[in-house]
Design a protein around this ligand. Structure first.
Ligand code: G4P
Length: 541
């Protein structure tokens, strides 16, 4: 006989009304390769939560047809993104803050930063494709921070890989334990429904391709054998593979999940709204509430602390080119934020009155104008707030964990009009503060170099410099393939800089940077300068 494992831990939702406000928050992002179904899943999560009116905030798909390097696409995304950057919805007393990661196919630093502001992620995988390149990169970022990950295997209404083979591939590619919480009954044209392993219920469609409205409870999955309305062949195959999966895969373990070692897997079809409710329930039941966050000086800020703290993970210029104001997105880490509050900016060393914050949870009437740990607030400002800034009430706090990544693409910036050198520097500084690009000043060359992780960032920069600052630029390739921050004893760093004048530079904080002409050259420098470190990731702030 097949025993379904006791997934009690997966259903151990505390009674939300008995919890402090922050503990009812689930702040998460969806990571996926383009086309796996992130947008569709977002819409269907909003629908499943009952926040239907919010669904309009999600990008209309037709609006964002993807063509690589399409500037218009980015333009449109910026236009709608202040409203769609954070989507908040509530279900069964749990408040979900879903942070949008940029939808374009390029990999950018924005995504990293958004992931620094969440407590969990949902990894969407196309059942026919398994792990794709971008999913893998995003997953690695989550792993850096040990973010717990839910896996949603999407498009089970289409032909796909056998669920066991798929899980095997995901598990070995990512070196991640998986445990299924739902299981498909058939794939593609055979798709008949889902087995909710935790709730011990089979959810079935009453008509081919229809919604899964019929519920059949069971004690052990074998009880389902002979179920009318599902062909025996399909059911037997599904139960056999489920038996096999449960036999070889570890049971759900809350601790392993919270530490990022084990991912619960939900099968489903976002398009058909199958398996989405189960995912939402899982997020509410076992998804982490706002977590403590490490700050400089061995200080850990607990979400339940009285005083407000938070950090800027994203800065977005407004669409109005006449007013160079921006919205800084702040993830709150503790306290209860209220409109009009004064917060201290640790980098600028000054107080800032937060007069017109944008709240993203309008439907929660009793807490309008207030936000707690896990929530995101938008702060309009004129450039005072940078990505990585910490805001706090009372004590000065500096949060850690918002890194800059060594750029993989380096370009020299050349001006079409040499009279605009000053404007260019100012514009580049703004763009660097917003996190669009990194700006690096070579020691022996006046033309600044911009560094990016994905090539789309270069198009964004050029278009914005021209449109918003009236500074047309063009790029020139450099002979450098990568950059590294140089750390070590000051005299040794200076000795290195002196010996390598033509391939060293300073970043916007004046930190020394090595520009390597090839991986081989970099490896040699590492070997020849053992007292120095050549680091690819630099903490901000
Ligand atoms: P993305 O945000 O991850 O890029 O993916 P998106 O949701 O836009 O989905 C990409 C395509 O996959 C869309 O089709 C969407 O309808 C489809 N899709 C998403 N989820 C499912 C699913 O569960 N089953 C099936 N069969 N298809 C799914 P498209 O043709 O590109 O767009 P559209 O013409 O349908 O709008």
């Amino acid at each position: 006989m097949l025993h379904t494992p006791d997934h009690g831990a997966a259903r151990a939702a505390a009674r939300p009304d008995a919890l402090p406000d922050y503990a009812r928050r689930r702040t998460f992002a969806i990571i996926s390769h383009p086309d796996a179904g992130k947008t569709t899943l977002t819409e269907k999560l909003l629908l499943a939560s009952g926040a239907i009116r919010m669904a309009g905030h999600v990008k209309a798909r037709g609006e964002r047809r993807r063509t690589r390097s399409d500037w218009m696409e980015i333009e449109q995304q910026r236009g709608i993104s202040v409203t769609s950057s954070v989507m908040t919805f509530e279900k069964d007393g749990i408040v979900f803050n879903l942070l949008d990661t940029p939808g374009h196919s390029d990999f950018s630093e924005d995504t990293y930063r958004t992931l620094s502001a969440v407590d969990a992620a949902v990894m969407v995988i196309d059942v026919a494709k398994g792990i794709e390149s971008q999913t893998r990169k995003l997953f690695e970022v989550c792993r850096l921070r040990d973010i717990p990950i839910f896996t949603f295997v999407n498009k089970v209404d289409r032909e796909g890989l056998d669920p066991i083979a798929l899980m095997d591939e995901v598990s070995s590619t990512l070196a991640l334990d998986l445990t299924p919480l739902t299981w498909p009954i058939g794939l593609g044209v055979d798709f008949r429904g889902l087995i909710d392993i935790t709730a011990k219920v089979a959810r079935l469609a009453t008509e081919r391709g229809g919604p899964l409205v019929r519920e059949v409870p069971f004690n052990t999955p074998e009880d389902l054998i002979g179920l009318d309305g599902v062909e025996e062949r399909i059911l037997t195959e599904s139960l056999e593979s489920l038996t096999l999966a449960l036999g070889v895969l570890p049971p759900f373990d809350l601790e392993a999940f919270r530490e990022g070692h084990l991912s619960p897997v939900f099968f489903g079809s976002a398009l058909k709204e199958a398996g989405v409710g189960e995912l939402l329930e899982g997020l509410g039941a076992v998804g982490p509430s706002p977590q403590p966050r490490g700050a400089a000086g061995e200080r850990t800020v607990e979400p339940g602390e009285d005083l407000v703290s938070g950090f800027v993970f994203k800065v977005q210029a407004n669409m109005d080119p006449n007013h160079r104001d921006r919205v800084a997105f702040v993830r709150l880490c503790s306290g209860r934020f209220k409109r009009g509050m004064k917060l201290f900016n640790a980098r600028e060393k000054r107080q800032m009155a937060i007069a017109n914050p944008i709240f993203f949870f309008a439907q929660e009437r009793e807490t309008v104008d207030e936000a707690v740990a896990g929530d995101i607030i938008g702060i309009p400002n004129h450039g005072m707030l940078r990505v990585g800034d910490t805001l706090s009430e009372g004590e000065t706090i500096r949060f850690e964990g918002l890194p800059d990544f060594a750029p993989e693409i380096l370009r020299r910036v050349l001006l079409a009009d040499p009279m605009k050198a000053k404007q260019l520097l100012k514009a580049l500084q703004d763009m660097a503060e917003e996190g669009v690009v990194q700006v690096i000043k070579p020691v022996s060359d006046p033309a600044p170099i911009v560094g990016v992780v994905g090539p789309l960032q270069l198009d964004v920069l050029a278009a914005r410099l021209e449109k918003e600052y009236g500074v047309p630029i063009r790029y020139e390739t450099t002979s450098f393939v990568t950059a590294r921050w140089i750390t070590g004893e000051r005299t040794e760093v200076e000795r290195f800089m002196e010996a390598n004048r033509s391939s060293t530079a300073r970043d916007r904080d004046d930190a020394p940077v090595y520009l390597a002409r090839s991986q081989w050259v970099l490896d040699r420098a590492i070997e020849e300068w053992p007292k120095l470190k050549f680091v690819a990731v630099k903490e901000r702030g």
